[in-house]
Every structure is written in C-alpha cells, then in structure tokens.
Design a protein around this ligand. Structure first.
Ligand code: UDX
Ligand code: ADP
Length: 517
C-alpha cells in the first residue's frame, strides 16, 4: 500500500498484465477522437506523426510554445532529422491521395488541451542544473507547467499520458498538480506510456515496436483509460505486444530499460580498455559473447562513450531515486555506469596525446562526427563535447566536420561546457566537408559512426530527408591521405574502419579496444 499524493488516501497497487485485465473492473473504453501532444520534440513529433498516420479517424494536434519549432513542423524542413520521418509527416499532415489531413501543429496549447480526449505529455525532462538534486534528479518544471495548463484549461474529463521519461511516482505529482488546479468534478486518468524510440531509427521503432507499455491504476477508470490508449496503438501494433501493467512498474521499466542498455555499453567499454592492454580485439570479444542467445548481439559496440539525452539522465535519475530510498549501494552501482562512460572519453583522449608524442601543442586535429550517433543531428550529451574540449585544453587546433550538425550547434555545445572560452574561440573551427577539416591535419579522429567515414560500407548510407545528400557522402580515404601531414594518424573512436587497407595507404590506425599492447 502507498499513499496517493496530496490526499493521504491509501491506494492499493496490484501488478496487472495484459492477460489479467479484470472485466468486472473495466469500464467500456471510449474511442479517442482527439489527441493532443504537448511538446514537439524528438519524442512528441515522430510519435504523433505515426499515431496520426495509423489512425486516420483520429485528429492529432502537436502543440509547443516554441513558435519556430512549430512553424518548421509545417514545412518540409522538419526541425529534427530522422530517416523517413518526412514521408510519415507528409502522409498525415498534407492533403494528399484523397486522405483528409489529421496531423496538426500549433502553438495554441490551451485550445488543443481544451478539445482533447487524451493528452500526451512529451516535454523535455533534462537533469536538474540547480538546487536540490542538481546534476542527478530530473527537472520536472516543464512537466509541471504543462500539467498546470491542463488543470487550468480543461472543462471535460481527460486521459493524461506520461510519454516523457519521468522519475518513478511522477504520476502522483501530476495528480497532485491537477487536484490543485482543475475544476471540481472533472476526472483525469493518468497513464504511463514510455517511449522506447532511438534517434536515427525512430520511425522504424515506432512502426515496429518491441512492445508498447501502458501503465495505469488498477481501478475501473484506470483500466478503461489504458484500453482506450491501447486501441489507438492496436491500429498498427499486434495486441500481444501491448502490455498493460501497473502505473509505477511502467515508470520504472522505462528507466530500467535505458539503464540496462547503457550498462551493456559501459561493460563493453570497460572490456575495451582491457583489450588494449592484452592485445585482444573488442569487436571479436563482443561478437563472441553476443552469440550467446542469453546475451544477444545488440548494444555491444565499443565506443568513445554513449551520448544522447536519455542514458546519462535516466541512470542519474535512477541512482537519485535509489539514494532517496536509502539504498546507497544500489545508487553507487548505477552511477558506476556513468563513471565508466566518463573514463572512456578521458582514456581515448589520453591515447591520442600519447600517440602524438605526448603533446598536442599547435597540432591540427580533424574531428569527424559531432552528433552523439549517426543519422541524427542531435548533439545532446555527445562524447564529442568532452573530447573536443580535452583536445583544445591540450593545446590542439580542432577542426570539426559533421554531415548534419549545424556549425552554431557545435560552437554552443563546446563553449557551454568549457571554462576556457577564449581559448576555444581561438582553437576551434567547423568545416562543411571532411576534406576541408582534414587539410594539413596531424591526425583524424572519428567520434560519430556516420557511414560516410567507414571504409567497411561499400555504398552510401540510406538516410533520407533533411540533410539529403549530405548524409549520403562517402569519404575517399586516399584523398584524405593526400591532404594530411606525415605521419598520418587516425583515431577511430567508433570502430568504423577496416584498418588494413588504410595502413596500406600509410595511415596509422588506432581503434578503440584494439591494437595497443
Ligand atoms: C536510447 C534508447 O535506445 C531508446 O530505447 C530510448 O527511448 C532513448 O535512449 P538513443 O539514445 O536515441 O536511444 O540511441 P541509442 O541507439 O540507444 O544510442 C545511445 C548511445 O549509445 C549513442 O551515443 C550510441 O552511439 C551509443 N552506443 C550504442 C554505443 O556506444 N554502443 C552500442 O553498441 C550502441
Ligand atoms: P524530447 O527529446 O524529450 O522530445 P525535446 O527537447 O526535443 O525533448 O522536446 C521537448 C519539447 O517540449 C520542446 O520543443 C519544448 O519547447 C516543449 N515544451 C516544454 N515544456 C512545454 C510546455 N509547458 N508547453 C508546451 N511545450 C513545451
């Protein structure tokens, strides 16, 4: 038993799953006709677009107070880059092929809330930057302001869905805010329906999800609300993949999934350090362990560290929750995953310095890739921020190229995390092509696994949409060789290179988890 926030009423929590819906407890679910998604970002935009495409009888309105973002969603230059996203958006948004548009983008947050049957909360929940829990807990101010707005505006019952990743028991916070702000007599059902999409593959993940989690209270209204949301997904997802569970299990499952995925990467990265000392090859080790069906091959690629808006934030949030539950050993365990990630970035920088004769002073280093992974222009928590700053602090002139990341974004990220801003301004430059970045370089450093940089892939990448041809380039390494200073070092932080052909061209290739004895 625990207490429902703000009311002091004990609420029994029973875990239910898709097979044990209690029909006695289940009200007849209503077909939702109007969906409002608050937050037009990486989660809200693609999720709403797919939901609208697959439910032509449902009107989906995505709202955001960021006018520029909303305006961009109405054009063919979407505010985020995702392969195939433009096709999906156009299909639901534009009056084509006799289909009545049912996907709308608007800054009228209040209007969309008022009309909606169901509201998806897709606002950002970054790590807190100040106050209690700074650097660890999730910042819920955006969630709070969105929920307040719902409470103030709503004149009819609503289903409120947590799509953003939130700390466990956030549903109680949502309920508390609604109790304080909403008009009496209205009913709000709160569901947890975490998003599992990964950037770069968001559309595929949404169209073919491993599972859809829907957490609700085990009450007649809670279960009916879960069924209503499940019906929207059932338009394209097999019912067997739609799992209805306890509200708080669902909240925790999202954090747990990200923590376990990140834990695999940190485990492999820890092994990569051992490989470099032992003369083993991390790709071979990962391949061998991944053949064990209990382990599986995915998320075992060694790298210069994981980035993105989720892994670090969610692990720190999980650790913070563990600490507040007086479980310090559990908190330490989760934090160590982030610790290895930081270590990996530092270790990679140290290897570069050591190979380049222990000094980077005035050396020219070309950094290829700044996004936190390929097929996205997102730079949140990218390892490149730390590595570029480290290289600059060692005295290097760093020349960055990324096929999708805008120049301003690189500057903002590096400057924001530097305490030597003037030095950054002198030593950082951003270039529109890999060749320009590599001109006269002493070394090339690969920080993102863009297909363009790999000599293992014969054809161009399959990315489409914003960025167009820029994501389809293929780097001619022999041309790079002609541009560089001798000796020509390549530091492959993503293991995208087959070293042998490059070594024949005269490169010295240093890859993560390989080569150093
Ligand atoms: C992640 C989860 O995968 C997704 O389910 C969740 O909803 C959001 O967080 P995302 O961060 O977009 O998605 O990308 P992901 O593919 O998981 O990669 C995260 C980071 O780990 C990237 O920096 C990636 O390059 C790195 N990574 C991934 C590795 O270093 N090695 C791997 O084997 C896989
Ligand atoms: P995510 O990766 O979780 O989708 P993003 O930062 O890409 O995060 O998107 C979150 C979006 O939510 C942003 O565009 C932001 O402007 C929007 N947002 C945050 N709070 C509110 C709010 N109270 N009302 C409307 N939009 C909001």
């Amino acid at each position: 038993m625990h207490t429902q926030a703000g009311q002091g009423i004990p609420v029994p929590v029973t875990i239910t799953n898709s097979t044990n819906f209690d029909p006695q407890k289940t009200r007849t679910p209503q077909r939702m006709k109007k969906v409002c998604c608050i937050g037009a970002g990486y989660v809200g935009g693609p999720t709403s677009a797919v939901m609208a495409t697959k439910n032509p009888d449902v009107s989906v309105t995505v709202v955001d107070y960021n006018k520029d973002r909303i305006e961009a969603w109405k054009t063919n230059e979407l505010p985020i880059y995702e392969p195939d996203l433009l096709d999906v958006v156009q299909h639901a948004r534009d009056p084509v092929a006799k289909r009545i548009p049912n996907l709308f983008f608007s800054t009228d947050v209040e209007g969309a809330i008022a009309e909606a049957d169901i509201i998806l909360l897709s606002v950002n929940t970054p790590t807190k930057s100040m106050g209690h829990g700074a650097g660890q807990a999730s910042e819920l101010c955006h969630l709070e302001s969105a929920v307040r707005r719902i409470g103030e505006v709503a004149t009819s019952d609503k289903i409120i869905v947590e799509k953003s990743t939130v700390p466990c028991k956030a549903a109680e916070t949502v309920r508390d805010i609604l109790n304080a702000t909403a008009k009496p007599g209205l009913n709000f059902e709160i569901l947890s329906n975490p998003e599992f999409l990964a950037e770069g593959t968001a559309v595929r993940n949404l169209l073919h999800p491993d599972r859809i989690l829907i957490g609700s209270l085990n009450t007649p209204r809670g279960l009916a609300a879960a069924r209503s949301l499940a019906d929207l997904y059932a338009s394209w997802v097999d019912r067997s993949r739609i799992i209805t569970i306890n509200l708080y299990s669902s909240e925790l499952a999202k954090l747990a999934a990200n923590a376990l995925l990140a834990q695999r990467i940190s485990s492999v990265n820890a092994l990569s350090a051992m490989c470099e000392s032992l003369g083993a090859d991390i790709d071979e080790v990962s391949h061998c362990v991944g053949l064990d069906q209990r382990i599986g091959p995915k998320m075992l690629k060694a790298s210069v560290g994981f980035g993105g808006s989720c892994f670090r934030k969610d692990i720190l949030s999980l650790a913070y929750i563990a600490e507040s539950l007086h479980l310090p050993q559990v908190a330490d365990y989760w934090r160590s995953i982030v610790g290895i990630n930081e270590y990996q970035k530092e270790r990679f920088t140290r290897r570069i310095v050591k190979c380049l004769y222990s000094s980077l002073s005035s050396k020219r280093l070309a950094v290829l890739g700044f996004a936190y992974k390929k097929d996205t222009g997102d730079t949140r928590e990218t390892s490149a921020i730390t590595v570029v700053n480290n290289l600059i602090n060692e005295g290097a002139n760093v020349r960055v190229y990324d096929p999708l990341v805008e120049e301003d974004r690189v500057w903002e990220e590096v400057l924001a995390s530097s305490d030597r801003r003037e030095t950054v301004k002198q030593r950082l430059s951003v270039w529109p092509s890999a060749y320009e970045a590599c001109a006269d370089a002493d070394a090339v450093i690969i920080l993102t696994e863009w297909d363009e940089f790999s000599n293992k892939i014969s054809g161009p990448g399959d990315a489409r949409g914003r960025g167009g041809d820029r994501t389809k380039r293929v780097l001619d390494w022999s041309r790079v060789a002609g541009l560089m200073q001798k000796p020509m070092y390549v530091f492959d932080g993503r293991n995208v290179l087959d070293a042998a052909p490059l070594e024949k061209m005269g490169f010295r290739v240093e890859s993560i988890g390989k080569g150093v004895v």
